[in-house]
Design a protein around this ligand. Sequence first.
Ligand code: SIN
Length: 523
Amino acid sequence: MRLPDYIDFIIIGSGIAGLGTAVNCSKYGQTLVITKSTLLESNTYFAQGGIAAAIAPGDSPEAHYKDTLVAGADLCESDAVSVLVQNGPKRVQDLIAMGTHFDTTPSGSFDFGREGAHSIARILHARGDATGAELASVLANKAKEIPNIIIAENCLVADLIIQDNRCIGCWVLNDEGQFQAVTAKGTVIAAGGCGQIYKHTTNPWVATGDGIAMAYRAGAEIVHMEFVQFHPTALKNHNNPLFLVSEAVRGDGGKLITEEGKRFMVGVHPMEELAPRDVVARAIYHQQKAGREVFLDATSIKNFSSRFPTIYKACTEVGINPLTDPIPITPAAHFIMGGILADTYGRTNIQSLYVCGESACVGVHGANRLASNSLLEGIVFSERIVECLKDESSLPAVPPLSSHLEKPVVSAPVLEDTVRETMWSYAGLIRTEKDLLKALSKLDEIKMSAPINAYTLHNMLDVAKLIVSGALYRKESRGGHYRLDYPDQDAHWKELMVEHSIGSQPKLVLRTKRDSVLSFNDL
Ligand code: SIN
């Protein structure tokens, strides 16, 4: 379909952040949601565990705040975390009002789940372990009902259109294979993360870092890219993506064991299997490096098949009965804590360009995201963005645009796989300077042979390079970033962020929080 040449608001992406923003901003103008696959193909849809919010008796936003900061390893923005946890309960009520059914106990109260690094059971879940599917469906149905929202599926945004540091829209390859410019008063990137640049990931095929890459090329500030979260427990097999085995299984009593049946988290961290994700993922990785297979033993969970129906089905389909057999698991890339630098209204350094959800770095996750805070981030900040987005003024007369883009889009599966292999081998859970340099040179080699119109491949390469260069620069270990050659947290790096901005030359900038620039290096 041919998309409108002009619209009030463009939303790129259709997960909770994108659809949440669309529903909110459609009150103020015509809104176009562009998604490169179908409306439900997003990380949101596949989220299992749930959404964290301080609602349970005995819980409080203060306790949720504290848990989030501890998991974030001294790198969270405290103001942003306050916004997240204070607004969480209200936004959950909005989701319920839209038709979301969270699971309840026989007495009718919410059935709160427990996950890693949470001090209390505070995770709301739906249909057992299908929370993301429930939320994505509710939001998609809501968006489809609103006459002010146009949904464009199977349309690829190739680049943003920037004029005088203002984003005035984007170049889209529509579903008829035609490039067209769509201009708008305000553009929101809600295009999710980039797990698909790694060989092993829980993220669906669409998660190739497109939003972060196009914002970087447009001149947006990108930060904290070295912080990649590896989920400890994906079902181990040869699939891409790997099927997630929710942390909630450990919250309900699942234990990590080796093939000899020995638990190995005891003594590694006081919270054992429910330690922060980075700690658990590395402990599993070390077992694997020592030649041991690792399993999640959930046989003590008597109601497994009703509490975790999606996981039960996925396991039985590959011949594993979780009621009697330990589940073979492996860590897999799951979430990026870094992204496009934004304030708590989603504003970036580019006028009229906003960002929400996993593509953003608002500062709520620091070096390591607390479990089930990502759906919450999407819904809380999608409401705040609209506060500013609604006041975007009309576009100045837009001069005729000519496309610099070449068609047709080609996909380059072999080169894309080489990126995945490179990132897994040299920039994964455990990093060293030697490996990271190897990764950089391999990525440069791939770039040389990448066809100019392989848009996804170029996005993957841009994001991969941001991760590797950030990881090289941060000479310490913290949260999701672990350097074997700098294995400890270094107080010097506390509260600092590595920033990438394209300018004439990519460079890394060290900042204290979001203000004073301390130093920079040209790459
Ligand atoms: C999970 O269910 O383990 C994933 C939830 C999350 O990523 O926060």
